[in-house]
Design a protein. Structure first.
Length: 117
């Protein structure tokens, strides 16, 4: 099974970067370096019940995964962002787990894509 095809839209992604593989590699590296810290911050603010900050961090992740045309990770981030917007963070841990699962799949797909470039 092609994880890249399952997790991201390769053609849209390559079109977005004008098939510039060096630039795409830079985007991949920045994302892989940055998202674990953002995810850690998300856990911290969720534990504090800070709905506004949950919304902001989920929005940030949503924007980052949108760059890779990763619909499942995008939807997971959007669901968490909506929970934060509505102030419903007391039960948001399941949404964070879903987001983490999709981010791990995206991480693996980006590593695979990078190896294919």
């Amino acid at each position: 099974m092609d994880l890249v095809a399952e997790v991201i839209n390769r053609e849209q992604l390559l079109d977005q970067v004008d098939h510039d593989e060096d630039f795409l590699n830079e985007l991949i590296e920045m994302f892989l370096d940055d998202y674990p810290d953002t995810l850690q911050q998300l856990h911290e603010v969720l534990a504090r019940g800070d709905a506004q900050r949950v919304r902001e961090l989920a929005h940030s992740i949503k924007g980052a995964v949108a760059n890779f045309y990763a619909p499942f990770a995008y939807e997971a981030a959007q669901n968490l962002e909506n929970a934060g917007r509505q102030g419903h963070v007391s039960n948001a841990s399941i949404l964070v787990l879903e987001l983490e699962r999709e981010l791990k799949r995206l991480h693996q797909a980006l590593l695979q894509l990078r190896n294919e470039l």
